[in-house]
Write a protein that binds this ligand. Structure first.
Ligand code: C6P
Length: 422
């Protein structure tokens, strides 16, 4: 399959030099794979992204030459592994532009990051009668932990509505804020709709009433340059595996003064400064929140992914992804009986759609036979499906190693879906 950058309409043509997708694709070994005898077209990036060779090698290198535990040994291997682990933290700090590296906590992913905040900050600060505000477009990971907390505390979960394009209704959101609101937790980018939320305004509105804000950045960090200092968000979450890093590793950013005041999450080794049967004293941040042996290889892999993105230039990638989004939106909109769910003005390259009379699972199964990987289902966002009156959608999520030619293959595949399924 050709992997050149295609000329598109002047309004969508990239500024500056063409993005060398063919070269980039060579970094991702799996993209050469064939599925059912057809070249793989991987459009399930929002579920998990593919990994460049640099990430795979960083993990492998840890086991080949550095394997040991961190923060625990005086021997050469352990000291060097510790140094590499802390270097990865510094890379994450710079990636998010956090003020200090101790504001970066390594977790398994966004799910664990949000559970950590709900289980510590939430448990400490949310009491009976208080409220937590989320939005109607949240992933289950940013619903259920708050629901569990509210149930335990007798607090209330309030949900800010969205319009039919999938945009947050900011005025309605602001009306939900008040003296009882103890936290706002919203997604930066929707995994279903692709909507990029106006997070600056959200944070300003909440901060005017001294309400802290958690941003679920699982999808956003991939497409948007995140600057937690400029945003002034209180917590930010990242899933490493969506950011071209390994599975089982992610980041929680938290402002130091909040993290310091929070009780620990898990108890165990490394999160303590001293233990006796009478009393345990906790370690300083970030160690206070990293109990037990961490995912060291994954952390180094995530560090390599951040290096990769730095070299590529996230802004360059985002510009190219926007081209793909425009091209795919136009092409898919021309398919009779296909409706795109999520048409926000500010959108990342995630396209959910439904086809008249067809179940998304059947659509996904036929596409799979063509070598095309999309996600079908409720995308862990059942309340959002209800909001749009659909049980499920088919979702194509595009990133910088995807090509215009692959979108043509998807369009062809969707015509085939219609031929086969009626
Ligand atoms: N969404 C998707 O296919 P974890 O699984 O912890 O890395 O991330 C959870 C999560 C939280 N918030 C958002 C906005 C997400 O998109 C996800 C993960 C994947 O859409 C898997 S369900």
């Amino acid at each position: 399959m050709a992997t050149t950058t295609r000329e598109v309409t002047p309004t969508t043509k990239p500024a500056g030099a063409a993005f060398d997708v063919a070269r980039i694709r060579r970094d991702f070994p799996i993209l050469k794979a064939k599925v059912h005898g057809k070249p793989l077209v991987y459009f399930d990036n929002a579920a998990t992204a593919q990994k460049p060779r640099q990430v795979i090698e960083a993990e492998q290198q840890f086991y080949l030459s550095l394997c040991s535990n961190v923060h625990r040994g005086v021997h050469w291997l352990s000291e060097n592994a510790t140094q590499a682990y802390e270097e990865a933290r510094a890379k994450a700090q710079h990636f998010l532009n956090a003020a200090e590296s101790r504001e970066i906590i390594f977790v398994r992913g966004t799910t664990e990051a949000i559970n950590l905040v709900a289980g510590t900050y939430g448990r400490k600060n949310v009491q009976a009668g208080d409220e937590v505000v989320i939005s109607a477009m949240e992933h289950h990971s940013n619903i259920v932990p708050w629901q569990m907390l509210c149930e335990e505390k007798g607090a209330k979960l309030r949900v800010a509505p969205i319009n039919d394009r999938g945009e947050l209704l900011l005025e309605e959101f602001e009306k939900l804020l008040g003296p009882r609101t103890k936290l706002v937790a919203v997604t930066h980018v929707s995994n279903v709709l692709g909507t990029i939320n106006p997070v600056r305004q959200i944070i300003e509105m909440a901060h005017r009433q001294s309400i802290p804000v958690l941003l679920d950045g699982a999808q956003a960090a991939v497409h948007v340059k995140v600057d937690v200092c400029a945003l002034d968000c209180d917590f930010y979450t990242v899933s490493g595996h969506k950011l071209y890093g390994p599975t089982g590793i992610g980041l929680l950013y938290g402002k130091a003064k909040l993290l310091e005041a929070m009780p620990p999450y898990h108890g165990g080794g490394d999160m303590i400064s001293s233990v006796s049967f009478e009393k345990t004293l906790y370690n300083v941040i970030p160690c206070k929140f990293e109990a037990g042996t961490p995912n060291i290889a994954g952390t180094l892999g995530l560090g390599a992914a951040i290096d990769y993105l730095d070299a590529l230039g996230l802004e360059n990638a985002a510009r190219y992804e926007h081209q793909l989004l425009m091209y795919a939106t136009d092409a898919l909109s021309r398919i009779p009986g296909l409706r795109i769910v999520g048409t926000a003005k500010e959108k990342a390259s995630v396209i959910s759609f439904v086809m008249d009379g067809l179940h998304p699972h059947d659509v996904g199964t036929v596409l799979d036979q063509e070598g095309i990987a999309v996600r079908t289902g409720h995308h862990c966002a059942q309340p959002l499906m209800d909001r749009f009156g659909v049980p499920a959608t088919t979702r194509a999520s595009l990133v910088f190693y995807n090509t215009f030619e692959e979108i043509d293959v998807l369009v062809k595949g969707l015509h085939k879906v219609r031929e086969i399924l009626g």
